[in-house]
Design a binder for this molecule. Structure first.
Ligand code: HGY
Ligand code: MN
Ligand code: MN
Length: 423
């Protein structure tokens, strides 16, 4: 097995730069004591400017597209060839970790930095995109940046509103973008030959296997729903327990059943109630209205659909027994997405060069690669993260693992360039 082209000491300094830049981006947040950076916020635009400055310093042409993605292009010897697309997202969840998304964008810049330092040009260009909204934190719908690139934005998304009642269209305008032009963000089929994303695993598998890196085999499908239990509000002191139509008590009975229902539908399935609103929300009033979100995921769409039927059927049944009414509406759906076989084996070869072995694993988390797979072959490289913690300030990676990741990412890009360039 040949040695990776990036020497270890160079990879070590690249890793330190990536982690220092993750710290810089972690300082661009809506709140001083946590990392929260949502789509089209002033912080999002500032992060775009900062990453754009790093891109320009390595000879990239930089622009922000019509949906707010930050794009950089390192030209190749033949501008007519489809480019290799790298990247990940620059937005975060609330009170986020500093590597989810950012690590992938900054590691991609290290691939370009390596070429730029040596005045090397590949046959095709490399483009790096810092996607604007993978998480969906602000508007509930996700992948708005990457779906802008593939042109798969549902028209009604412009009317989706955030917690302050601001629509996506208004937020675009506030950010200096024109909602009427979002279609211009779409890139043609011939723009790219493939998309490779590096991301933290956000799970425990690599750590349990004692490996720094893994190759993603498939990305779980997901469904997100707004759910509601409607009962009757009443006086907490006068309504007898027997006659109550307590929406929170009923919702709690359903939520307590979720674990067992998921377990009964097979392996690798997950379900989460992430948000809950209890109305009218007073200490001495029986809750008459409970609204919550349900997020269900799994590697197989049929099993996912069966799980959802089971969960919603159970909610209906419990609501009926406790004098309440259950209702739900799906607001987000993404099917399970297999990663391209050719890219998986190319990534596996790169991992074997860097860490001697490769491991294929599914992704429980969603990624921009799901959206991009609609238009181009996608491959993903996972990096071990401490105890699999993510979507939390304790999210952490080690410099040696990041160094290994940058080496493998470069190997994969060079290998892809060779096989694409010889076509
Ligand atoms: O929720 C997810 O799976 C991703 O982190 N946005
Ligand atoms: Mn995330
Ligand atoms: Mn992510």
């Amino acid at each position: 097995m040949t040695e990776p082209r990036m020497p270890a000491e160079l990879a070590d300094s690249a890793a330190l730069r990536v982690m220092a830049r993750c710290d810089t981006l972690a300082g661009i947040s809506a709140a001083p004591d946590e990392l929260t950076r949502v789509y089209l916020s002033p912080q999002h635009l500032r992060a775009n400017q900062q990453v754009g400055a790093w891109m320009r310093a390595m000879g990239m042409r930089v622009w922000q597209d019509e949906v707010g993605n930050l794009c950089g292009r390192y030209e190749g010897l033949r501008p007519d060839l489809p480019a290799i697309l790298l990247g990940s997202h620059l937005d975060t969840v609330r009170n986020a970790g500093r590597y989810d998304g950012m690590l992938g964008v900054l590691a991609a810049l290290e691939v370009v930095h390596y070429l730029h330092q040596r005045r090397l040009r590949l046959p095709m260009a490399i483009e790096v995109i810092g996607f604007a909204d993978e998480e969906g934190t602000r508007f509930g719908i996700a992948l708005l940046g990457s779906r802008g690139i593939t042109g798969n934005w549902p028209a009604d998304w412009l009317d989706r509103r955030d917690a302050e009642g601001i629509s996506v269209g208004q937020a675009l305008r506030h950010a200096g973008l024109d909602p009427g032009l979002i279609g211009r963000a779409k890139r043609g089929q011939a723009a790219f030959c493939a998309y490779l994303e590096l991301h933290i695993e956000q799970g425990p598998c690599l750590e349990s296997a004692g490996l720094a890196l893994g190759v993603v085999s498939a990305i779980n499908g997901a469904r997100r729903l707004n759910c509601r239990f409607t009962g009757v509000a009443g006086h907490a002191g006068t309504v007898p327990m027997a006659g109550r139509r307590d929406a929170l008590n009923t919702a709690a009975r359903w939520i307590a059943r979720i674990d067992d229902i998921v377990a009964s539908h097979g392996p690798d399935l997950v379900a989460t109630v992430g948000e809950l609103q209890c109305l009218p929300g007073a200490v001495n009033v029986i809750p008459g209205d409970v609204r919550l979100t349900l997020d269900v995921r799994g590697p197989d769409d049929r099993a996912l659909a069966a799980l959802l039927d089971g969960l919603l059927g159970c909610a209906d049944d419990i609501a009926g027994r406790y004098g309440c009414v259950f209702s739900s509406g799906e607001f987000y759906r993404i099917d399970a997405t297999p990663c391209d076989q050719r890219l998986q084996s190319l990534l596996a070869d790169s991992l074997r060069k860097v860490q001697g072995v490769s491991l294929a694993l599914p992704s429980g988390a969603g990624h921009d690669a799901i959206a991009l797979a609609q238009s181009w072959p996608v491959g993903m490289l996972f990096v071990r993260c401490d105890r699999g913690i993510s979507h939390h300030p304790d999210e952490a990676v080690t410099a040696p693992d990041v160094a290994a990741a940058v080496r493998a990412y470069l190997e994969a890009v060079l290998a892809l360039s060779e096989c694409q360039g010889s076509r």
